[in-house]
Design a protein around this ligand. Structure first.
Ligand code: MG
Ligand code: ZN
Length: 190
């Protein structure tokens, strides 16, 4: 477990949150995302997307669609000189009728399973890593895995997804991913 990572939520954090993204044409990169991710790449962080995709379990789309979405996002970021080192998604939905997906898994945020899986696969040091997202569930997933956390104010959290009273406090609450990347770079340099 040697390398620090920045775990990023996808919808509302890197791209616009359109609800369930059913077509790759709906990918709408937020204007500062490529620059922010590139800065994290250049600083030596492993950048990993951690995303709940319960649209699979709900039957709105299949896993091939999720993978195609990530390939398309990769292509867009590559044009702008930015790189995602890994994508980890949870396809489950506890109420799904499809037995493959209708489970109480350990990977659907606020659970931390995806971060732990990425850490094992990619040799990451969770204690030197960060989780950035626009929802309290992102903060909870990071806290549970032992990372520092940043809540950002893009996406739909404020209006649609208020935090419950027992939600964990993030290390910082910032405007967007660009500010979060700057915060991480400042906090990690000596
Ligand atoms: Mg989000
Ligand atoms: Zn899951």
């Amino acid at each position: 477990m040697t390398r620090p990572a920045v775990f990023l939520d996808r919808d509302g954090t890197i791209i616009e949150d359109v609800g369930f993204l059913r077509d790759v044409s709906q990918i709408d990169l937020l204007p500062w995302s490529a620059e922010a991710i590139q800065a994290l790449n250049d600083a030596g962080f492993v950048v990993v997307v951690i995303t709940n995709q319960s649209g699979v379990g709900r039957g709105y789309f299949d896993e091939a669609h999720v993978q195609a979405t990530h390939a398309a996002l990769d292509a867009t970021l590559q044009l702008h000189g930015a790189r995602i080192d890994g994508y980890y998604y949870c396809p489950h939905y506890p109420k799904a009728t499809d037995a493959r997906y209708g489970v109480e898994c350990d990977c659907r945020k606020p659970a931390s399973g995806l971060l732990r899986r990425a850490a094992a696969d990619l040799d990451l040091d969770l204690g030197r890593s960060w989780m950035v997202g626009d929802w309290w569930r992102d903060v909870q997933a990071g806290t549970g895995a032992g990372t520092r956390t940043i809540l950002i104010r893009t996406g739909r959290s404020d209006v649609h997804r208020p935090a419950p009273p027992d939600a964990p406090q993030p290390d910082a609450i910032l405007i967007n991913l660009r500010e979060a990347a700057d915060w991480i770079l400042r906090s990690s340099s000596h």
